[in-house]
Ligand binder design. Structure first.
Ligand code: NAD
Length: 451
């Protein structure tokens, strides 16, 4: 196991100098990061093509544009966020003034997954930098071209004592986790999230966990079916279903199921052509292991659409299965691939119960025109976040903090959320020396006064 102690100590010493606490330093650094992304757009898209066969359109939209928007938003607001905030004083603290001082934690560790390997390594970094931390990033080993590019770019734009990248797999991650950090930001699977939290608990390190799970889409009987089908198909099959907030499965009201499937087939052909595998623009499955796991689900339920695979290219075309039940293997864990299982329902309460029996989802999507149904679902199901009459898009807004709840994660980032998860809020009371209220000190009279 390699020892990263020296590198971390270097960052700790640098942090102690205080340079990163200066807001103008942070602004300069974020502008540099912005330049790094803009100048290297083509290289980023090439690496993503190599690793995942992502189309340039998808890479630009989901891995570059999102980051540029996030940096822009952060630059616009950082002065306001970083300022100490005055808050009210309470009666017992009469005469004093109260403030909240956001301060950086120190040295942060960012561990990223492979599914949006550039975006999910850099997006937390924006928060870390904005809040004034130093950072060490560990991209995913399953997307080696992107990992190498991130390492190369960060090295040429930033000093090692401020931001650096350590490449490697599980062993590297474990060696990093054996060290003392001031904050750990992890994006990945639920089982690994547990390990991260265990490692953090040992040293009482604050953690942010961006995890996954089975995110339902509910298509109610009054849904606008054409829009619902197109938006669901887009969110599900984007990146070949390898999206943490992809709708994992669909619960469709029995009365509209047939019509919905018809619309969904049409939407798949519109968005991904009639032969997505041959189109050259459909994302591949990241590894043989995941490919084999996914194709084992293809005989669950009945095939309604798709099902073609290409073993050489590790590709599975957008596939819809219906007549699926909770007893089918596909319903056990997060699917994370281009297979959409459909289950039917007649009674909304019944599916609310079924969803609540399982871990709280990262996302939930509800398609309905009814305010009453929206209220019912929002009141009775706890989940990270989601959309009504759409999918995935809630993740792209810097105004909406993004994260899970329960087993789907803890802590939310994007926009101010990112600044907040990498900051400690130091509460300070500044007392007056002009007078000294007697009630706080013990005496019989004081007790009568405060009662
Ligand atoms: P993963 O948990 O296997 O790996 C994530 C990172 O952890 C990688 O860098 C990997 O090297 C490292 N890692 C793996 N095993 C480890 C171990 N035993 N100890 C320490 N580190 C370890 O996840 P993945 O397969 O890369 O990504 C897919 C998962 O991530 C899905 O579950 C998905 O839902 C989730 N995800 C969540 C979000 C979110 O924002 N909530 C975003 C993307 C992906």
């Amino acid at each position: 196991m390699e020892n990263y102690h020296e590198l971390i100590q270097k960052q700790r010493d640098y942090f102690a100098k205080g340079e990163t606490k200066d807001v103008s330093f942070r602004v300069n650094a974020l502008e540099k990061l912005q330049k790094m992304v803009k100048t290297n757009e083509q290289d980023i898209m090439n690496a993503l093509k190599e690793d995942l066969n992502k189309s340039e359109f998808d890479s630009y939209l989901t891995e570059i544009a999102v980051l540029l928007e996030e940096i822009k938003f952060t630059l616009k607001n950082i002065n306001k966020w970083a300022k100490p905030r005055r808050v009210k004083s309470s009666v017992p603290t009469l005469g004093s003034k109260s403030f909240i001082y956001p301060e950086p934690y120190g040295v942060s560790l960012i561990i990223a997954p492979w599914n949006y390997p550039f975006q999910l390594a850099i997006a937390p970094l924006i928060g870390s930098m904005a809040a004034g931390n130093t950072a060490i990033m560990k991209p995913s080993e399953l997307t080696p071209n992107t990992s190498e590019l991130i390492a190369k770019l960060i090295k040429s734009y930033f000093s090692e004592e401020y931001i650096s990248v350590v490449e490697g797999g599980v062993e590297t991650s474990e060696a990093l986790l054996a060290e003392k950090w001031d904050h750990i930001f992890f994006t990945g699977s639920v089982p690994v999230g547990r390990k991260i939290m265990q490692a953090a608990a040992d040293k009482l390190t604050p953690v942010t966990l961006e995890l996954g799970g089975k995110s339902p889409a509910i298509i109610h009987e009054d849904a606008h079916l054409t829009h619902a089908a197109k938006r669901l198909v887009w969110g599900k099959f984007l990146n070949a279903g390898q999206t943490c907030v992809a709708p994992d499965y669909a619960y469709i009201h029995s009365s509209v199921k047939e019509k919905f499937i018809k619309e969904a087939k049409k939407a798949i052909e519109d968005l991904f052509t009639s032969d997505p595998i041959a189109s050259g623009n459909f994302t591949k499955i990241v590894s043989e292991k995941h490919f084999n796991r996914l194709i084992s689900f293809l005989d669950n339920g009945d095939l309604a659409f798709g099902g073609t695979i290409d073993v050489e290219k590790l590709m599975i075309e957008p596939t819809i299965l219906h007549e699926v039940t909770w007893n089918d293997p596909i319903m056990e864990d997060e699917i994370f691939g281009p297979i959409l299982p459909i289950m039917e329902y007649k009674d909304l309460d019944e599916i609310i119960f079924k969803i609540n029996e399982r871990p709280k989802p990262l996302a939930l999507y509800l398609f309905t025109e009814s305010e009453k149904v929206q209220k019912e679902v929002l009141t009775h199901i706890s989940f990270g976040g989601g959309c009504i009459n759409d999918t995935v898009l809630h993740l792209s807004s810097p105004h909406l903090p993004f994260g899970g709840v329960g087993e789907s994660g803890m802590g939310a980032y994007h926009g101010k959320g990112s600044f907040d998860v990498f900051s400690h809020e130091k509460s300070m009371l500044k007392q007056s020396t002009k007078f000294d209220l007697p009630f706080r000190y013990p005496s019989q009279n004081a007790l009568k006064t405060i009662k």
